[in-house]
Design a protein around this ligand. Structure first.
Ligand code: HEC
Length: 193
């Protein structure tokens, strides 16, 4: 009887053990996901920046607001579809209502990445986590260039009146102004699995 109980208990421990390991990632898996997330987010960022620069050259900063509102999400989705993943840009102070931190994992990611922003020696400022079967990669989007200030900086001194008007028309609930160089503007979220 005792023997049977021990056998049953061991089998139970084994099963539970296997279940928990399947929920966590090995260090090697983590490293692999981080590398994949880094390259997908870098690719998407470069592609967005290239198109933003073109839009500013063609129609000025105020004109480029429509580029951002019409093309930022579709272009991001296109990049994601090519690689069969889902990619988003989220923020605690979002401009587009679709870019809000919406899950508990998103909030946790914001907290972790904000923490990494405090440490100059940690690079890249990224994080990967597993939620059930899903794997999410997150990475900091710092306000890295003076160009960003012309649409995300100080409303009185850095954003031109015409640009501000274009932003307010499209995003009446905009929270994404008042940033300074180097601050955390948003985070990449890539669902890898
Ligand atoms: C021409 C104005 C303009 C410039 C310049 C600009 N942005 Fe934005 N940004 C926008 C608009 C408009 C949106 C909302 C896009 C949408 O609807 O998805 C946005 C959205 C974002 C988001 C997604 C989160 C949110 O608030 O909705 C991030 C992150 C972001 N911008 C970062 C940057 C960074 C970093 C730079 C500088 C490299 C930059 N932006 C330059 C206009 C601009």
């Amino acid at each position: 009887m005792i023997r049977n109980t021990i056998v049953i208990l061991s089998i139970f421990t084994l099963i539970v053990g296997c279940m928990t390991t399947s929920k966590e990632m090995t260090e090697a898996q983590k490293a692999e996901y981080l590398t994949l997330g880094d390259s997908l987010s870098a690719y998407t960022q470069q592609m967005l920046l290239k198109n933003l620069t073109k839009a500013i050259e063609a129609s000025g900063t105020a004109g480029a607001v429509s580029f951002c509102s019409e093309s930022a999400i579709p272009l991001t989705n296109e990049a994601a579809a090519t690689h069969q993943v889902a990619i988003q840009r989220l923020s605690e102070k979002n401009r587009n209502p679709d870019n809000t931190l919406s899950s508990e994992t998103d909030m946790k990611a914001w907290e972790v990445i904000s923490g990494l922003m405090q440490d100059k020696d940690v690079n890249p400022k990224h994080w990967v986590t597993k939620d059930g079967e899903a794997v999410y990669y997150y990475k900091a989007i710092p306000l890295g260039m003076p160009t960003c200030l012309s649409c995300h900086g100080n409303k009185d001194t850095e954003i031109e009146a015409e640009t501000l008007q274009a932003i307010t028309m499209k995003y009446p609930n905009d929270k994404a102004t008042g940033y300074e160089m180097g601050q955390l503007r948003g985070i990449w979220k890539v669902q890898l699995k």
